[in-house]
Write a protein of this length. Structure first.
Lengths: 131, 503
């Protein structure tokens, strides 16, 4: 009994001091280095939560990351042939509207052989490859 | 690890397996596969045995033709093979002749007859009409004064689904029948045709709390096929992650077991410590369950010297509090009264059902993959494997406590001894249709992954025998003779996961 009371006095009931709470927040926000990206589309095809998409806009590519879908699983980092992905040391952004959680990158690679437009289709749950 | 293969005709399976067992082979699992794609007619069954201490596996193989896919059962000789054979019967339609209990296991009674989802000609997203009028048949006790209490599959509380039928006389349980596999997600089917890189992420998600262990088993199987030599630093870091996982599980379980008797003080303090360990995980690899830490050919992230020191100081604090709490729990009269002589698993049954992990070790069945078939850097580290004779809830509680203390020691050694160097190497070529078997010791016991690769670095057949799959058959045997309110306690003392049993 005395031991229990002593412990309760020292630590409280199952609490963590406020200043020690959540000092880290997961793996962080996924970032793309658009100078390294070759728009090959491997990551888009492998992403399990369809958070990535790649569209051709005339001579350029529009690459987008949807943070509301990203589960920080690292598949994109693993399959990327040029190591273009990294994780920022900051938490995932929180906003009011879902659409604001999408970040766009414009990729202009003349030397790369474009595979075409890769769009993830939520309803059919499959990835379409168009030329 | 060396794999020696023995290929026999189906009717010779029994003799071959008897010889392997006579040579001290320990039955691990049976893997069935449909290999029509590589011009084999058509099914292959593989019985896997381990030779503890020799770092060797025996695989007894046999080919079953499509026209005659039956073979004499081994369940009468090896009771532990019963579930695996029933599963193969459900998913492939191969027929173990003379099996004592061929009721549906993985696919429930409402699944149409004659449809076998793991055969290669079954499409991935094919849907089946379920027969909702079918009923579950099971053995039961009947008579005057015998009542049946159904529990689940939806439970009060955030636990996974499992259905239990108790036949009781007053408060005492006469018989318990468990129905599992409500969370069968078809992970093995899903993995077929998936690239080996992506397969790792699927393996990590088989179970919530054994992510590292599942990932490690998977990468070890792949590395075995490609004969990759993982760098020294990476194998030490793998041990670090595996032990951190064991630690947060054991610490959490110690608290959770007290929930079985309503001892809220210990539950909360256990959760408090577990939370500290999970925040430590988050700090070092960026995930509370340590997902994404293991990579093919090494580990994904290097742990800096600064992080190692942080782990050291955190664990120092947690260890002190952990000892304090366990001392308080064990000095509580009610705890001792309820834990002792409850849910006894005898050594004979533990051996016959090939149970693994803390469950087996608390019943004096001394097996531990880390020592018997060493992987990663475990052969370079010094640790003990605590065992108990009693096999009751108290023994399983104390076993977890002592094992957690060993984990603290192992992590201490890893922190001081991790060499410098690379953390990752690319994996070599994968020869199509070769297989590897990865074995690790998860917090719940031995975790076995069988991976066969196909062409273009894809997975051809993936079979997971997790620790709960081996331990679940033992639970219904321990409960009769106890009272109903002891069931949650017994169930928690095994601390089995439904998701990685059901897959």
């Amino acid at each position: 009994m005395i031991a229990v009371l002593k412990r309760l006095w020292k630590h409280g009931i199952g609490t963590i001091p406020k200043d020690e709470l959540l000092h880290v927040n997961g793996r962080g926000k996924l970032l793309l280095d658009d100078t390294k990206c070759t728009a090959c589309g491997d990551c888009v095809l492998e992403c399990p939560s369809e958070a990535l998409s790649l569209r051709r806009v005339q001579n350029e590519f529009d690459f987008s990351i949807t943070y509301s879908s990203c589960i920080s699983c690292r598949v994109c980092t693993e399959v990327c042939p040029t190591n273009a992905f990294s994780y920022a040391n900051e938490p995932m952004p929180s906003v009011q509207l879902r659409d604001e959680l999408v970040v766009h990158y414009t990729i202009n690679r003349d030397e790369s052989e474009p595979k075409g437009e890769i769009v993830s289709d939520r309803d059919r749950r499959e990835v379409i490859l168009k030329n | 690890m060396k794999i020696s293969r023995i290929i026999v005709a189906p009717h010779e399976l029994i003799h071959a397996c008897r010889t392997v067992i006579a040579n001290h082979g320990r039955f691990i699992t049976m893997v069935a596969s449909d290999e029509c794609g590589r011009e084999i007619d058509r099914f292959v069954v593989r019985y896997i045995f381990a030779h503890d201490g020799k770092s060797m596996l025996n695989v007894v193989e046999s080919v079953l033709t499509e026209s005659n896919c039956s073979y004499p059962t081994l369940s009468s000789m090896i009771p532990a093979a019963s579930w695996a054979e029933r599963e193969a019967h459900d998913l492939f339609g191969i027929f173990p002749e003379g099996h004592p209990d061929l009721r549906p296991l993985v696919l429930h009674d409402d699944w149409p007859e004659g449809v076998y989802p793991l055969r290669k000609d079954y499409a991935l997203r094919e849907k089946q009409e379920r027969d909702s009028f079918s009923s579950w048949s099971y053995p039961k006790v009947e008579g005057e004064g015998v009542f049946e209490v159904p529990v689940g599959p939806i439970h009060a509380g955030v636990i996974e689904p499992g259905h239990f039928r108790f036949q009781v006389m007053g408060d005492s349980v006469l018989h318990l029948e468990a129905k599992l596999f409500y969370t069968h997600r078809g992970i093995e089917k899903r993995s077929e045709g998936m690239s080996v890189v992506k397969g790792l992420y699927l393996a990590e998600r088989i179970c919530g709390v054994c992510s590292v262990s599942h990932a490690l088993s998977y990468v070890q199987a792949i590395e075995q096929i490609s004969e990759t030599r993982v760098p020294e630093r990476a194998i030490f870091l793998r041990v670090l992650f595996a032990e951190l996982e064991r630690l947060y599980n054991h610490v959490g379980d110690i608290g959770n077991m007290c929930a079985g008797i309503g001892y809220a003080y210990a539950v909360n303090h256990g959760a408090h410590l577990k939370e500290q360990l999970m925040q430590l995980n988050d700090f070092i690899v960026g995930h509370r369950f340590l997902r994404g830490s293991i990579a093919l050919g090494g580990v994904t992230e290097d742990i800096t010297e600064e992080k190692l020191r942080y782990i050291e100081t955190t664990l120092e604090r947690v260890k002190k509090e952990f000892n304090e709490i366990v001392e308080q729990i064990l000095s509580h009269d009610i705890v001792v009264n309820r834990f002792s002589n409850t849910g006894i698993l005898s050594e004979r049954i533990a051996r016959e059902l090939s149970t693994v992990g803390p469950t087996a070790r608390a019943s004096n069945y001394d097996i531990d993959v880390r020592r018997d078939l060493p992987y990663a850097a475990y052969d370079q580290l010094v640790f003990e494997v605590p065992t108990f004779m009693e096999g009751d809830v108290m023994a399983r509680f104390k076993q977890r406590f002592l094992e957690a203390r060993q984990s603290f020691q192992i992590i201490e050694q890893v922190i001081n001894r991790t060499p410098k160097g690379d953390i990752r190497v690319p994996i070599g070529d994968l020869i199509p249709y070769s297989f590897g078997i990865g074995m690790t010791e998860s917090p719940r016991g031995e975790n076995v992954h069988f991976v066969m690769v196909g062409e273009n670095n894809t997975i051809y057949r993936y079979r997971v025998r997790s620790a709960p799959y081996a331990n679940w058959p033992a639970v219904p045997i321990c409960v009769p003779g106890n009272i109903i309110p002891d069931f949650p306690l017994i169930n928690k003392s095994f601390e089995l996961c439904y998701a990685c049993c059901d897959r």
